[in-house]
Design a protein around this ligand. Sequence first.
Ligand code: PLP
Length: 430
Amino acid sequence: MSLDSISHRALSVIPGGVNSGQRRVPGLEQLVITATRGATFTDSRGDTYTDYHAAFGPPLLGHNDPDVDAAVAEAAAHIDLMGVGVTQAEVELAEDLAALIPSVEKVLLTSTGSEATFHALRVSRAATGRRLVVKFQGCYHGWHDSVSMNVISAPERVGRVDPISTGILPEVLDATLVLPFNDSGAVRRAFAEHGADIAAVIVEPVQHNVGCVLPVDGFLQVLRDETTRAGAVLIFDEVITGFRHALGGWQSICGVTPDLTTVGKAIANGYPIAAIGGRADLMDTFSSAPGRPVFFAGTYNGHPAMVAAARACLRKLRNEPVHEHVFALGEQIRSGLEEVFSEAGVPASVAGYGSVFVAYFMDGPAPQTYTDLLRNDAAMFLGYRRALMRHRIFELPLNLKRSHVSYAHTAAHVDELLMASRAALREAIE
Ligand code: PLP
């Protein structure tokens, strides 16, 4: 049976043929991945692509990093899951995270970012005894009910509750207030009206689930001030920004310290491990709250092989010039793309930070709000990325998705990308 028929077999046994909603990409129904290596992946047709999608962000070091893989193999050779007690490596990883991330005094490990944000909200509600959670239009925090709304919303659905799934109880949707990102006035008004009922504000400090929308000066500080004044918990969801932009996360760049932080993705270069950390008094309610502790569990939490992956990844991020390398390439890509688009006379706004880049097909400066993003020409965005695939460059052809460079990308990859983007742009316009 040919590998191509795998996608057909997939459809008969896997709903939609893929194991995550975001992998259902129009035009890529036949895509079967057979290998990954460094900055590339290969599909069942034998085509090798330079990968800028990077699995939505984890492999900051590049696919199959030999040091991380070796640490996993070594751990797996002598210890696996016990489900009781603790290991020295878990303690050392927690110590590392507490030393690196300003807000983190204590840490709990999960397997995924969604679990981390779920627990961040549960503990916030438990600690404050309040009901409401504030999230922002365009932010994604995982698949669980409290935050499953208003990520990429159609224009007519902006400004009201827009669930990303059916099956969520209306009372859960009602317990989330959705506000516009970068709108300090809206935050102040929400606190003036509902402050006494707000348990937590959760935010991606840089909005990466709609590409790259940077926080405007003062916005994150307003979140800090309003939550502090109202006695609510401020949660920075650094599942994307953590380790990718700085070892201490965005909070170490912007100087605003939240109460709780969630991290995942680049922590272990693609192995499934994530964490929630923060103020010791809040984190301690997981083990001893007045009355009853906040329940926290997970069969695979702190899996020795995943902990080994995270420790090896953090070691490499600390000891090698990973950030210097990816930041330099990211800068070359962004300025190169600006040139390509302006030479072609195509209105584009090239946004990004560090290793992240995205070209929106719209006039004007970098977007600051979700409303700005509605000006992006989605058809061009997708047409351009599909054309890039014909040149064996892979940026996920889904509207508003960001791209990433890794430590395995080189200046030659950047040249190749810029050349391909010139050609892809011509093809997309035709
Ligand atoms: N938070 C952010 C900012 C994310 O981008 C994601 C996933 O993309 C999550 C949380 C959920 O993480 P996971 O997919 O590991 O559950």
